[in-house]
Design a protein around this ligand. Sequence first.
Ligand code: 5GP
Length: 214
Amino acid sequence: MLGRPFPLVIAAPSGAGKTSLARALVERRRDVVFSISATTRPRRDYEVDGKDYFFVDDAGFDRMIETGELLEWATVHGRRYGTPRESVTRGLDQGLVVVLDIDVQGARQVREQFPDAVLVFILPPSASELERRLAKRGSEAREEVERRLAGARRELPLAAGFDYVVVNDDFERAVGALEAVVTAERHRRSRMVDLEHELMRLDTELGRILDRRD
Ligand code: 5GP
């Protein structure tokens, strides 16, 4: 018996490795899907439109806001990012946990709309490792790396508002921790819609067994 699915928000300072973690989680669990965001940021070489993001121009993004298509949106590093409502509700309707790889501002907005959302904050093992990972990406200039490091510093205190914290020191262990969070949350009693029914069924069965003994 598994409980109702929920949005699983994974937030972290840029470069902590949350996108890789989120993708690995989705690959390992059949009951987890990825929510694809829309963004006005230019596509990186290795990214695929419609898979990593929906890449849209400013006018397209404005339209999505106006039509109420976005569940939440935020400006991050000077570009706009948003979660299409459809990306989340479709998965939940199919009984799937929906992973949102978004920034901390978005995480707060999701919790407002889905109070039962689960918020996980990913931490890098150290500041120098965060810098190394950002620089290694190669797609960003030094100035951008520094902008992101300053952003990380501002965001760290916000971990306090999250439900879980996972340090991405060892990738396998971090994915394992995320899987454990999903498993535990799917067993949360308050998410079990059929619990009363199931308890009644067991009670009837127990009654039958005990009656036979009399
Ligand atoms: P990147 O440009 O490195 O892919 O993402 C930059 C930041 O934007 C990351 O923290 C990422 O999680 C966040 N982000 C991606 N999609 C969304 C979204 O739909 N909403 C919000 N609020 N942030 C997002």
